[in-house]
Design a protein around this ligand. Structure first.
Ligand SMILES: [Zn+2]
Length: 164
């Protein structure tokens, strides 16, 4: 996932992070949680934070966005399983042989690339992203200036530009 040109940075001190009841994507009221994955380089840190699980943080989003994220995951999963079944059927019917690995791989790319598009479009990382952490603070990149302000106020933090 490439780095987005996030305009705002919020650094929260302490080990508890509170998210405002506002959706980072549309600033509507947030009613559901969407998981934000941290970068793998942060894997060693998550145990400092009670809200972290398997390096995923639950962030409140509006119901509409949460639904879109779930639908995107369902499309991807369903396509993946259908493709797996298809490849297995082809293998068992003798249409694909061991030497046809490249064909299977091409088929995989051709089918899975379009199935990944909704996931890419509806990725929560466009609106809020974990930048990094140290022992007593955690830093987020936020797309919306207003969300950044509410988020910072709630946690006694301040908002800076991403590249300040
Ligand atoms: Zn929203």
């Amino acid at each position: 996932m490439g780095l987005e040109p996030f305009p705002k940075r919020v650094r929260v001190s302490g080990r508890t992070v509170s998210f405002p009841p506002v959706c980072p994507h549309c600033l509507g009221s947030a009613s559901e949680s969407v998981g934000i994955k941290s970068e793998s380089t942060l894997a060693g840190f998550y145990f400092f934070f009670s809200k972290w699980r398997y390096s995923t943080i639950q962030v409140p989003f509006c119901a509409r966005f949460a639904r879109r994220v779930r639908a995107s995951h369902r499309i991807w999963n369903a396509t993946f399983i259908a493709l797996l079944v298809l490849i297995l059927l082809l293998l068992f019917s003798g249409e694909l042989r061991g030497g046809d690995g490249n064909v299977g791989f091409l088929l995989f790319l051709l089918v899975m690339a379009p199935a990944s598009v909704p996931l890419w479009i509806n990725r929560p990382g466009k609106y809020i992203r974990l930048l990094g952490t140290d022992e007593d603070s955690v830093e987020f990149a936020v797309q919306s200036k207003r969300y950044a302000q509410e988020f910072a106020t709630l946690n006694g933090a301040s908002v800076t530009g991403l590249y300040d």
